[in-house]
Design a protein around this ligand. Structure first.
Ligand SMILES: *Cc1c(COP(=O)(O)O)cnc(C)c1O
Length: 461
């Protein structure tokens, strides 16, 4: 039966079920939700032969507290990965010294599809079972918006409203969002900046009456189900590389922004995945690199780089890691997070035996793209290039290194052109959307305009 196994990193909510944790997103006490215990596996043997969706099912059921039947889970995972264009969902490709784990075969050509295709199906399933509806509201600078839209398009009892700054996202990003014509998808081009969109979103969510009346939910990276769906590929890739190399352990290099993806790797490690090290790779926005090299977690200025999905200086999933780092003591987490909110900087004692970290600048990123293309015939997108170049500084004897490829290079043609001097980053999906009709509503950067629009759409069914 349903057990109440989910807790908050800040310890001030009663334990809740998996289903409630998925619907709640952020914990009501301001913390992040986590399972009270991470299962530790004694043997991985029965998992090695599973297909990607089968492995997803085997892993997710360990965390679902009996809230989903095996039949339901099987359908959800099969449906979620059917939309991927590669038969293995997340294949591994050898390139020079690295194994590249390609996470970009989903509908928006970036790794966020792996979690958001599943989350969309899970939301739809839970709403059918529990009744009610969900109106997702988000503000995007380009990347998360399109993956969220593709995750919930056409789903029953869900609408999605995504604000983007008009004319300030790339043509490809804009088209990936606005060519989705399903009735439950609403693209709002805000006549302002990304920060205007964030401000409007924050104000609308702080209006608790509005939030409750219209069952508003957030499109964000802290939903536990997203982390959980990402745990799967750490096991899957380790198994594929072990088949090829007969090694005991592997290490992963992860291009990081919000610490969501690499935290999933940490969960896999705690479950007993054969992981020697997790190599955290950031661009010039290096808060996490600085933390892992000095123990000080302190905010910096956000800089625009070639890898925009990693241009983040406060990592929203980091608190989940802190919970383990502070010996699963929620009072200690709360104290530290409050100090961070006040001063923008905290010192965290001790060291972590699993994580190593590195940072890569613009020049190093471009040079890695050029080098991998010329020497190994493999085209890295700029995010993956940060991961690959940092990984090269941490290679180990007898421990193969798997670098997560978080986006297809065709999503970032400008960076590719700069790196290799030619326009070679192509993908048929991108060519196609550039010619499809799109739909989008322009709105002034005002809270009331967005509120009115959302209200009217919901009331009209
Ligand atoms: C979101 C994103 C990242 C960063 O992932 P986090 O979970 O925020 O660390 C890296 N690369 C690409 C292409 C992304 O879209």
């Amino acid at each position: 039966m349903h057990s109440h196994n989910y807790i908050s990193t800040r310890g001030s909510i009663e334990p809740i079920t998996f289903e409630d944790a998925v619907m709640m997103g952020l914990a009501d006490d301001g913390g992040l939700l986590l399972p009270a215990e991470i299962p530790r596996l004694s043997s991985l043997k029965s998992w090695r032969q599973l297909s990607y969706p089968e492995l997803a099912m085997a892993i997710i059921r360990l965390f679902a507290d009996g809230g989903l039947s095996d039949g339901e889970l099987q359908r959800l995972t099969a449906d979620s990965y059917r939309t991927f264009s590669h038969s293995q969902t997340a294949p591994v490709h050898k390139a020079g010294p690295l194994y590249i784990l390609e996470l970009f075969h989903g509908p928006t050509l970036a790794f966020k599809d792996i979690a958001l295709q599943f989350l969309g199906n899970l939301f739809e399933h839970l709403l059918r079972k529990r009744g009610g509806e969900l109106n997702l509201l988000g503000a995007t600078s380009g990347d998360t918006g399109s993956a969220a839209i593709h995750g919930v398009r056409g789903k029953d009892n869900i609408r999605i409203f995504v604000m983007h700054p008009k004319g300030r996202v790339s043509l490809i990003q804009e088209k990936q969002m606005t060519t989705v014509l399903d009735e439950n998808v609403h693209n709002l081009a805000i006549e302002g900046s990304f920060d205007d969109g964030q401000r409007i979103l924050k104000n609308l969510f702080s209006d608790l009456d509005f939030k409750r009346r219209y069952s508003l939910g957030a499109v964000n990276s802290v939903n536990w189900a997203r982390v959980l769906a990402q745990v799967v590929y750490y096991f899957y890739a380790a198994f594929r590389v072990q088949e090829e190399t007969a090694c005991d352990k592997v290490q992963f290099a992860v291009p990081t922004g919000n610490f969501g993806d690499i935290f999933a790797g940490y969960v896999a490690f705690r479950m007993g995945a054969p992981i020697e090290k997790l190599i955290l790779a950031c661009n010039e926005n290096d808060i996490l690199y600085r933390f892992f090299s000095t123990g000080v977690y302190s905010k910096g200025e956000v800089k625009a780089t070639l890898s925009p999905a990693m241009d983040i200086q406060v990592a929203s999933n980091f608190e989940r890691y802190l919970y383990y780092r502070l010996a699963e003591n929620p009072e200690a987490v709360r104290t530290l997070m409050e100090e961070f909110a006040k001063t923008g900087s905290v010192k965290i004692p001790g060291e972590d035996p699993v994580f190593v970290a590195g940072t890569m600048d613009r020049e190093g990123t471009l040079s890695a793209i050029g080098r991998y293309y010329r020497q190994f015939g493999y085209l890295l997108d700029p995010h993956t290039a940060v991961g690959a170049s940092v990984a090269e500084g941490h290679l180990r004897e007898n421990v193969p290194t798997i670098c997560l490829a978080t986006a297809h290079p065709a999503k970032f043609p400008d960076a590719i052109r700069q790196a290799v001097g030619e326009d070679i980053a192509k993908h048929p999906l991108i060519e196609e959307i550039l010619h499809l009709p799109s739909q989008c509503h322009d709105l002034p950067a005002e809270e009331d305009a967005v509120r009115d629009y959302v209200e009217r759409r919901i009331q009209n069914g």
